[in-house]
Design a protein. Structure first.
Length: 757
């Protein structure tokens, strides 16, 4: 019995132990579950916190990106964005079906080259520009249009098709010209880069289709009448009762008329505008990319003109490309400019004419969207290889900076060039049809010429976005001639004038067809407007007044030592005119001594003339051949003879050179010259410390003296009022709009004006 009780007690104890163990396990599970739930709650809370932090980070990043889109861009960022938003997709917008009709070329009777050759040193020269530019801190500064604005602009431009020259002009103005101009303006604000690239202030893209046009003139009235001069009034309000004083300076604005396809790019400052290069625009549906790719090659132009086969699309393309290049080439020669390019929007044919051989033009083909692709490979904050230099803005910007460093060539060079150049003569029956691309486009697309220089430039990456340190001089070696980039034949490095130690690598060496430009000869056909051309400082008013009146020499004239050994002038002004005529019209076609000042108005252009035999130097106001000879302004100066040299320039007389016209910046042929003393500096730009504060009073006195001689100027504005440092007084110029009125008429009109007040 006792044994049974003991066994039952053990079972009860075991049962209790098992229950206790189970309870412990249950409590453990509950504790673990509670812990798990707590951990899960903690995890969920942490996830929510992380999610909130991520959402906050994303919101902050979105805000940062949005703010970045609104910030001004750096130069690399600007080049990249312009390509993505303004260039990519341009080929899709070319209207081949319903675009304007006609042929792209118009080379008949224009100067043409004998040879067209590949410009194989183009990559080296462009790379030199990038090396100089990206060696400064300028590249990291934020100066340019924001990403957001560029994107919105690109979206708007994609809505416009390219079906005419006007469409292309609009696109190029907005997508290229204005963008390059913006960079140049910012570069000008940097002292180092301004001097390095010879920047005057800004660049302007100007078309001169109606500049110096006969349409701006009326029939000449009698000098003795009270009618106005033969020159049409400017479209502005003029005081009909007398000369209004200048108020605000005139501002040059972009013309709103339809743009022609030829433009000249000017290096423009406050007081001067120097021609830099020529642009010829060709509608991309007429001069197609296939035509350019197939037809642009090394050529003997005479053979190209003769050798056209109707069923050979490549020869037809070659003829068309040669004709388009010749158009631009002719404008370059007449303008005395080394550089230019033909642009279709899709393709750019960059051109150069060496100073030593005007019969050969060198080309480099750039097709930015093909060369770059949809992206440039540029990454912000990285110094990796990229294709920014191959973008439209990159190519045109570097080309522009290259051209701005080279001054225009002088009249002697232009004259020499025209004596050795032939003109494009169409051989009728040998003109390719305008539909040659349309009927054989697929075949043409298979003919892409091999271009070693282009292939090499695509492979290199001269733009490194981390500044390398301060630049003390251009890595492109300047030469001792006016054409700063020209190299001599014994330059065996073949580097196109670039420093061999510069960072650019992988550049092509000189081959048999590389352009080698030697310095221009030190003869009459040298290239620049320099002292070598015979130019001197301007003679003083007193000097030239003495010449006209048979008076004494002016010992303060900078050229007095060349005027004669005695006290009086060795020649009179009639002899001066004879000598000037002989100098300009000489049979041996020697130096003119007459160089463009790159300034023109409605009806005339200005030159500097130097008489080599006696050293006289003064201004020549040139009138185009088409205007015909008019003595009107010279006669006005005759009436003002008593105040010449004091209130108005000294007039030395006029010259008819229409038998051998001067070329004014490729715009017009100048056939008539009016010789005048140099008036000084435009009053609106004058920095002479002697300029009085009450300059308006001086202007009134000058006009009063002019009125006393029965002359009304009729075109007084700040551009026609100069400050003469010699006289320490104002001087009035430009009398081709003046009117002759008697004192009685002037007094009557002045009294009438006072009564109206």
């Amino acid at each position: 019995m006792a044994h049974q009780d003991s066994a039952g007690s053990k079972e009860q104890t075991l049962h209790q132990l098992l229950e206790a163990l189970e309870e412990a396990r249950r409590e453990k599970r509950q504790a673990e579950e509670a812990t798990r739930q707590a951990e899960e709650a903690t995890r969920q809370a942490e996830e929510k916190q992380l999610q909130a932090e991520e959402e906050k980070r994303q919101a902050e990043e979105a805000t940062r990106q949005a703010e970045k889109q609104m910030l001004p861009t750096s130069l690399p960022e600007f080049l990249d964005a312009c390509h993505i938003h303004l260039s990519v997709g341009i080929s899709l917008r070319v209207n081949h079906k319903t675009g304007t009709t006609g042929k792209p070329e118009n080379a008949e009777s224009k100067l043409r080259p004998d040879k067209i050759r590949e410009w194989t040193t183009f990559p080296q020269e462009q790379s030199c520009i990038w090396n100089d530019l990206f060696a400064t801190d300028f590249v990291s500064d934020r100066h340019f249009t924001s990403l957001n604005t560029l994107r919105e602009s690109g979206d708007e431009m994609r809505l416009r098709s390219l079906g005419s020259e006007m469409d292309l002009g609009y696109y190029e103005r907005y997508a290229v010209e204005d963008r390059v101009s913006a960079v140049i303006r910012q570069l000008h604000s940097n002292d180092l880069l301004r001097n390095l690239f010879n920047l005057k202030g800004e660049i302007q893209f100007e078309n001169h289709g109606n500049s110096l046009s006969p349409e701006n003139r009326f029939t000449e009235p009698d000098v003795g009448s009270s009618q106005q001069s033969p020159v049409r009034k400017r479209q502005r309000k003029v005081d009909k009762d007398g000369d209004a004083l200048p108020v605000t300076p005139t501002v040059r604005s972009r013309s709103t008329r339809p743009r022609a396809d030829q433009f000249c790019v000017y290096n423009t400052g406050p007081v001067e505008a120097i021609p830099a290069y020529i642009i010829e625009y060709k509608a991309p549906h007429k001069l197609t990319k296939n035509i350019v790719e197939a037809g642009l090659m090394d050529m003997e132009v005479a053979e190209v003109i003769e050798d056209i086969e109707e069923n050979d699309p490549v020869k037809a393309a070659r003829w068309r490309v040669a004709a388009c290049i010749s158009q631009t080439f002719s404008y370059m020669i007449q303008s005395g400019l080394e550089f230019g390019y033909v642009c279709t929007g899709e393709a750019f044919i960059f051109l150069r004419v060496g100073s030593d051989d005007p019969t050969t033009v060198y080309y480099y083909l750039s097709v930015p969207n093909d060369d770059v692709g949809n992206t440039t490979g540029w990454v912000s904050g990285s110094d990796c290889d990229n294709r920014l230099h191959l973008t439209t803005i990159g190519q045109v910007l570097a080309f522009t900076l290259r051209a701005l460093q080279t001054p225009p060539r002088n009249q002697d060079w232009r004259n020499h060039a025209q004596t050795v150049l032939k003109k494009w003569r169409i051989v009728y029956g040998n003109i390719p049809g305008s539909d040659s691309e349309e009927t054989s486009g697929k075949k043409l697309s298979d003919y892409k010429q091999n271009r070693p220089s282009r292939n090499e430039y695509i492979r290199i990456s001269p733009i490194k976005t981390r500044p390398k340190g301060p630049v003390v001089g251009s890595s492109c070696r300047p030469t001792e001639t006016s054409t700063n980039w020209e190299t001599s034949d014994d330059d065996s490095s073949g580097n196109g004038g670039c420093d061999p130690d510069s960072p650019s690598t992988g550049l092509p060496g000189r081959s048999s067809n590389v352009m080698v430009v030697v310095p221009p000869p030190k003869s009459a056909h040298g290239g620049s407007n320099s002292q070598a051309s015979g130019q001197s400082k301007y003679c003083t008013h007193k000097c030239l007044l003495g010449l006209v009146n048979g008076g004494l020499l002016d010992k303060n004239c900078p050229n007095v030592a060349r005027h004669g050994s005695g006290k009086q002038h060795e020649i009179n002004h009639h002899e001066l005119l004879k000598l000037a005529r002989s100098q300009i019209l000489r049979e041996d076609r020697g130096p003119f001594g007459c160089e463009s000042m790159h300034k023109h108005g409605v009806s005339a252009a200005l030159f500097t003339f130097t008489l080599f035999s006696h050293g006289y130097s003064f201004v020549a106001k040139g009138t185009p051949v088409e205007f015909g000879y008019s003595p009107y302004e010279e006669n006005i100066y005759g009436r003002l003879r008593s105040i010449q040299g004091a209130r108005v320039p000294v007039c030395l007389g006029s010259l008819d050179i229409s038998s051998r016209p001067l070329f004014y910046d490729g715009i017009a042929r100048i056939g008539y010259l009016l010789f005048l003393s140099h008036a000084g500096s435009p009053i609106k730009f004058c920095a002479d410390p002697d300029t009085p504060r009450d300059v308006e009073h001086h202007i009134k006195e000058a006009l009063s003296d002019i009125h006393e001689l029965d002359v009304r100027h009729c075109d007084i504005h700040s551009g026609n009022v100069f400050w003469s440092a010699e006289n320490k007084d104002v001087m009035i110029i430009d009398f081709d709009r003046a009117m002759i009125s008697s004192k009685k008429q002037l007094m009557k009109k002045t009294a009438s004006k006072k009564r109206r007040r």
